[in-house]
Write a protein that binds this ligand. Structure first.
Ligand code: HEM
Length: 145
């Protein structure tokens, strides 16, 4: 039974991986990927959200945070361009874990903004730059600008 479960796990993981690989393979350059688009959404909203929270304008921050949360969730469906020619199960699992943490942060941010909790919101915003630094170090292709 354990052996059968392990077989099933392998088949499921490898088919998930194939889907990601096909999606990545369609892009010729990094900036053509869906993931790149989601990342741009994150980048475009970061400063306006920070500014809105700094001036305690939670109504302005709210829809922007919702958009960022959706972009992070979109990134969960993608595979980095860096893995276009192949990736190990560990690579994929590490990427999924890192993106899950990003989604969790935006969920926390969304609750904080709803509660007009500027302190928690600022803590989340500070942690995002470290996540970006680490995420890009591990998963962003060298050709990706
Ligand atoms: C708020 C946090 C983040 C922002 C604002 C952000 C922003 C961006 C931007 C603007 C790009 C386009 C290339 C560039 O200008 O550098 C990009 C690419 C990329 N980012 Fe992020 N990023 C964030 C977090 C993350 C995290 C946590 C990960 C990984 C877990 C990640 C993975 C990637 C990858 C893999 C690419 C290349 C696109 C591709 O492979 O298709 N980013 N990001």
């Amino acid at each position: 039974m354990a052996r059968k479960n392990s077989m099933i796990r392998k088949v499921v993981l490898s088919s998930l991986f194939s889907v990601g690989l096909v999606a990545g393979a369609q892009a010729q350059v990094c900036s053509d990927t869906e993931l790149y688009g989601h990342m741009q959404t994150l980048a475009e909203n970061l400063r306006p959200v920070s500014q809105a929270i700094r001036s305690n304008d939670f109504n302005q921050a709210q829809p922007l945070v919702t958009e960022m949360l959706a972009a992070a969730q979109g990134a969960q469906q993608e595979t980095p361009f860096r893995f276009r020619t192949g990736a190990s199960e560990d690579d994929i699992a590490n990427y999924q874990r890192a993106i899950q943490r990003l989604v969790d942060e935006f969920e926390t941010l969304s609750v904080a903004v709803n509660n007009q909790d500027a302190q928690t919101a600022s803590t989340v915003l500070r942690s995002l730059s470290e996540m970006r630094r680490q995420g890009h170090g591990q998963f962003k292709d060298r050709t990706c600008r």
